[in-house]
Ligand binder design. Structure first.
Ligand SMILES: [Zn+2]
Length: 109
């Protein structure tokens, strides 16, 4: 990968991680609030566009399943970045993407 690609990945990763943290807090709150696990709730798109404010809906249980691996994120269809992401699941209102680079061992995070 070019150094430009590395920078792009680092930036994308930071932004997506922020959204993912936000969504995970939200999922925990919804769960505590008694939202049924199969009821769709809004989450923020976890794509690498820092100006993206799109929301997507999926059930809590689904979000917890797809976001469990550290390399997986949920994004609005069309917001995937083929340079650094692989679409692993396609659903009506959202996609699940994986960043293969996050799986590589030896990273400092
Ligand atoms: Zn997005």
């Amino acid at each position: 990968m070019s150094s430009n690609g590395h920078q792009r990945l680092a930036r994308a990763e930071k932004n997506e991680q922020a959204y993912k943290d936000h969504n995970e807090r939200r999922a925990a709150l919804d769960e505590e609030g008694g939202v049924p696990e199969d009821e769709p709730v809004p989450f923020a798109c976890e794509c690498d566009d820092s100006s993206c404010a799109r929301a997507l809906e999926l059930p809590l249980a689904e979000y917890e399943r797809v976001s469990a691996p550290a390399d997986q994120f949920v994004v609005v269809p069309g917001h995937e970045d083929p340079e650094v992401e692989v679409v692993v699941e396609t659903h009506g209102s959202y996609l699940v993407v994986s960043k293969p680079d996050l799986k590589r061992p030896g990273r400092s995070r």
